[in-house]
Design a protein around this ligand. Structure first.
Ligand code: FES
Ligand code: FES
Length: 159
C-alpha cells in the first residue's frame, strides 16, 4: 500500500506492507540512520522519533497508522534550538552518550520539556520508561533534563 506522510517537514509517499515497522521504513527506505534498531520491543529508546510532536518508539509503530501524520527524526531535530538546549543541558550534567540511543534520551527530554519547563525529579522519573541504557543512569539523565529546562526557559525569556 502507498502511505503518504510528512517526514522531516517534507511530504513523502512510501510503498510498504501495512504491518512494516516505522523504524524499518525510516532506515531502509529513507536512509535515516539516526533512528537505531536496538531491542525492537519498546525498552531502549534507540528508535525514538516524534510522531505528531510526541515521542514514540518507532519499532512499535506499524507504518499503516502514520498515514497523513508528521514524523520527525533526530537528523531534522538536531537543527532546532530545542536540540541545542537539551544537548547543552546534558553536557553540563556530565552526560556522555555513545550515540546508540541518543534519540530516546533527546526526544524523551523534549517531550517532557514541551509540557513542563520546570519538571521536578519525580515528574521526569515517571516519564523515563523505555530508556534503558548502559551509558547513562537515570539520576544523571534527570539532572540533564532539568538543566536543559533552565536553558530553554532562558532562551524563551530572551526571545
Ligand atoms: S529499538 Fe525500539 S525501543 Fe528499542
Ligand atoms: S547512549 Fe545508550 S547505550 Fe550508549
Amino acid at each position: 500500500m502507498k502511505i503518504p506522510f510528512i517526514l522531516n517537514s517534507e511530504n513523502v509517499i512510501v510503498e510498504a506492507e501495512p504491518g512494516q515497522r516505522l523504524l524499518n521504513v525510516l532506515r531502509n527506505s529513507f536512509r535515516l540512520a539516526g533512528t537505531k534498531e536496538g531491542c525492537t520491543a519498546g525498552r531502549c529508546g534507540a528508535c525514538m522519533v516524534l510522531l505528531d510532536g510526541a515521542p514514540v518508539s518507532s519499532c512499535l509503530i506499524p507504518i499503516s497508522i502514520i498515514k497523513d501524520c508528521e514524523v520527525i527524526t533526530l537528523e531534522y531535530f538536531s537543527q532546532t534550538p530545542e536540540y541545542a538546549d537539551i544537548t547543552t543541558g546534558f553536557r553540563q550534567a556530565g552526560i556522555e552518550l555513545c550515540g546508540f540511543c541518543s534519540a530516546g534520551k533527546i526526544f524523551t527530554a523534549h517531550g517532557i520539556l514541551s509540557k513542563n519547563l520546570r519538571p521536578t525529579k519525580d515528574d521526569i522519573r515517571e516519564q523515563l520508561v523505555g530508556n534503558d541504557c548502559k551509558c547513562v543512569n537515570s539520576e544523571l539523565l534527570i539532572a540533564g533534563i532539568r538543566l536543559a529546562g533552565v536553558l530553554k526557559r532562558k532562551r524563551l525569556d530572551e526571545n
